[in-house]
Design a protein around this ligand. Structure first.
Ligand code: SAM
Length: 248
């Protein structure tokens, strides 16, 4: 149940620095002030005053329903300069991922590895635009979403016309939604819903197969590994956020 979850009123209210302390804007500002005190050259004037909650750059990759975070920990070194966020509804699973992030950051203290990855507890079916601004994200992953097989449960699926409009809102034009599942019916459902949405076009097979993210989501997700062990099928489909049509 998610009744204990709270949501920011707007993305600006989010305490992003808590999730990515190495990227905290106020910390960078303090470092510049220290340099200033030591008489080093600096460009503090160019840095706007930041609130304590902001990071120097926004989250750009979201893994929705990240589970135990296998994909997150593979994406982090692949995109070392990009902030990556897993979103997960189960509290204990979120805590597991957060603990793993902490441990990896400590183990890699001499480098900045894994400072760019974090996990948040959230029900992504609710208020996604409260977390991210319009066109903030460049990639959204929907990996092995719960299938909700029964017809009357379909409304619980994380792909629907309404939710696709939210994904379209937070994705920048050219940004990509990645989907993978072992359930053929769900694959067809996701393809159908994205293809009929005017903000998305399906990415061609050749481009899809060259994308490193597709390789990672097949190989590094916990579900992907499980399906591999059982020799099950993996259906992949990716969708590009197209430009909004110009106003007449
Ligand atoms: N993506 C991971 C993988 O591929 O290994 C986990 C897949 S698992 C089958 C689905 C995950 O989505 C679960 O961890 C579940 O708790 C999470 N989930 C389901 N509904 C969600 C929601 N509305 N918001 C956030 N997470 C959700």
């Amino acid at each position: 149940s998610d009744h204990s979850l709270t949501y920011p009123k707007s993305p600006a209210e989010m305490d992003w620095a808590k999730y990515y302390p190495a990227y905290a804007a106020h910390k960078i500002e303090e470092q510049e002030k220290e340099k200033d005190a030591e008489g080093e050259s600096h460009d503090l004037e160019q840095i706007p005053p930041m609130e304590g909650k902001a990071t120097t750059q926004p989250v750009e990759i979201a893994d929705i329903g990240c589970g135990f975070g296998g994909l997150l920990f593979a994406l982090a070194p692949e995109f070392p300069d990009t902030l990556i966020l897993g979103m997960e509804i189960r509290m204990s699973v979120t805590e597991y991922v957060q603990e793993k992030v902490r441990a990896l950051r400590v183990q890699n203290a001499s480098t900045s590895a894994y400072q760019n990855v974090s996990c948040m507890r959230a029900n992504t079916m609710k208020f996604l635009p409260n977390f991210f601004t319009k066109a903030q994200l460049s990639k959204i992953f929907l990996c092995f979403p719960d299938p909700h097989f029964k017809q009357r449960k379909h409304k619980a699926r994380i792909v629907s016309y309404t939710l696709n409009s939210e994904y379209a809102y937070v994705l920048k034009p050219g940004g990509i939604v990645y989907t993978i599942t072992d359930v053929e019916d769900l694959h067809k459902w996701m393809v159908g819903h994205f293809e009929k949405h005017p903000s998305f076009e399906r990415v061609g097979e050749e481009e899809q197969e060259q994308d490193v993210c597709v390789k990672l989501m097949r190989k590094e997700t916990e579900e992907g590994k499980k399906v591999e062990r059982n020799n099950g099928p993996k259906y992949v489909a990716c969708f590009r956020r197209v430009e909004d049509p110009a106003w007449p």
